[in-house]
Design a protein around this ligand. Structure first.
Ligand code: FAD
Ligand code: PYC
Length: 417
């Protein structure tokens, strides 16, 4: 804990009902012009601003958020972090992120509660086993920790599981990434926001971007609900609304915006001490520090911007969870919610220049971008600052959908979509 938040200030603030609690970031009026504007104040946008300021010394910049920081998918996700992706390009990008996660609380001087409790992906049939083995081998060739567990090792690692899987989903094994785990989603947004603000970045909330100023094929600013803001460079990081913003800038993206749901139970004593995911049953589970079971589903298969989904998807997810964890059959669910995930045809992100000079885009993380937050912000900042991709995001260009060099990560995405 920093001196700013010393024990004395905590006690003083507790007795003054937090009246004098120091603000974690300023609420500045937007300037008329910035060197760069980031559209979207989720984790990725805030991380981008942080690394632009820290590593590229670009401090005359702003993050423009239409709602509140982290109010999009950052604050709605189930916080699973891992790097066990199949192809080299993705594995290296997600592993870059995982390494940054490992030092993030220290880097930001803000506890993001990163907990490396291990992530298991279950196999329920021979095909699952072969696919997991292939991915584990690929991970190990990239120096990423990944191991294959027998059913008994699965049971030892997560005693709450019933290996019979209700007869429908017998557990034949699992992959395990021990360095994977969970983090506190809000804290990630707040930590990056506080860090960026301290270096002079303006964070402007309640300010939707409604259009782009483009002159001679080059972006010169953004039109917002609070007026025109000029900018030499603009980065769009607006998960759930990437296609909406691209349309405003005059180009199209190969994305579908789909609802993705999650729900939490009443809190109980610690009983699931790792993350368990299963592609086949379209469900995954972990336990929050408050004790709630955090359960997620696959996507709802229709395009929607409602930030909610269908009841039958929750029912199927819970049925599967009860088959794998019969001891949870009497648990009550507290609440559910949805986010809008922008899914690419190859289940990999786009971190790229766009057809508009000076306009960059970071999108298409689909169901799995939270884990990438630090790495994504880091390489996107490089792309914006230098005008060229970082070696780790060079393969994630928009033109791969023209060249055909797709990076198919449907299996590793591990959430049905
Ligand atoms: P966001 O946090 O959505 O930020 C984008 C911001 O852009 C929003 O705040 C939005 O308000 C803003 N914006 C949009 N339009 C405009 C505009 N016109 N002007 C200004 N601002 C605008 N990933 C994992 O790795 N692990 C998981 O366990 C996981 N679980 C998930 C569970 C659910 C239920 C959901 C919905 C997603 C999950 N994800 C997970 C995916 C993950 O949440 C996202 O990929 C990631 O959070 C995207 O971060 P972001 O910062 O790009 O987006
Ligand atoms: O990408 O690991 C993931 C994930 C888990 C839940 C949703 N996405």
């Amino acid at each position: 804990m920093s001196q700013r938040y010393s024990l004395f200030s905590l006690i003083r603030n507790a007795f003054s009902y937090h009246e004098n609690w120091q603000k974690a970031w300023r609420q500045p009026e937007p300037k008329a012009e910035y060197d760069a504007v980031i559209v979207g104040g989720g984790g990725h946008g805030l991380a981008t601003a942080y690394y632009l300021a820290k590593e590229h010394k670009m401090t005359n910049i702003a993050v423009i958020e239409r709602g509140w920081l982290g109010g999009g998918n950052t604050g709605r996700n189930t916080t699973i972090v891992r790097s066990n992706y199949l192809w080299d390009q993705s594995a290296l990008l997600y592993e870059h992120a995982l390494k940054l996660w490992e030092g993030l609380s220290q880097e930001l001087n803000y506890n993001v509660m990163f907990s490396q409790r291990g992530v298991m992906n279950l196999a329920h049939n021979q095909h699952d086993l072969r696919e997991l083995s292939r991915r584990i081998n690929a991970n190990r060739l990239n120096g990423i920790d990944s191991e294959l567990l027998s059913p008994q090792q699965v049971k030892d690692f997560c005693p709450a599981i019933d290996l019979r899987g209700g007869g429908r989903y017998p557990v034949l094994g699992a992959s395990l990434q021990r360095r994977g785990g969970t983090a506190r989603h809000d804290a990630v947004a707040w930590g990056y926001a506080r860090g960026a603000d301290a270096m002079g970045v303006d964070i402007i909330q309640n300010c939707p971007v409604e259009g782009f100023e483009i002159e001679g094929g080059r972006v010169t600013g953004v039109r917002t609900a609070r007026g025109l803001i000029k900018a030499k460079k603009v980065g769009i990081v607006a998960a759930g609304h990437s296609t909406v913003l691209a349309t405003l800038a005059g180009f199209r993206l190969p994305l579908m915006s789909l609802p993705l749901q999650a729900l939490v139970s009443e809190p109980v004593k610690p009983c699931v001490t790792c993350v368990v995911m299963s592609n086949a049953v379209h469900a995954y589970i972990s336990q929050s520090d408050k004790g709630e079971l955090v359960i997620g589903a696959g996507v709802d298969h229709y395009i929607g911007y409602g930030q909610r989904g269908s009841i039958h998807v929750q029912e199927e997810t819970l049925a599967a969870i009860c088959e794998l964890f019969p001891l949870f059959r009497r648990m009550r669910m507290l609440r559910n919610w949805g986010g809008i995930v922008d899914v690419c045809p190859d289940a990999s992100p786009i971190i790229s220049k766009t057809p508009v000079e000076g306009l960059f885009i970071n999108c298409g993380w689909g169901t799995g971008g939270f884990k990438a937050t630090p790495g994504s912000g880091n390489v996107f900042a490089h792309t914006i600052a230098t005008g060229e991709p970082h070696p780790l995001n060079a393969a994630f260009k928009l033109d791969r959908f023209v060249s055909g060099f797709l990076i198919d990560e449907h299996g590793a995405a591990a959430v049905a979509h």
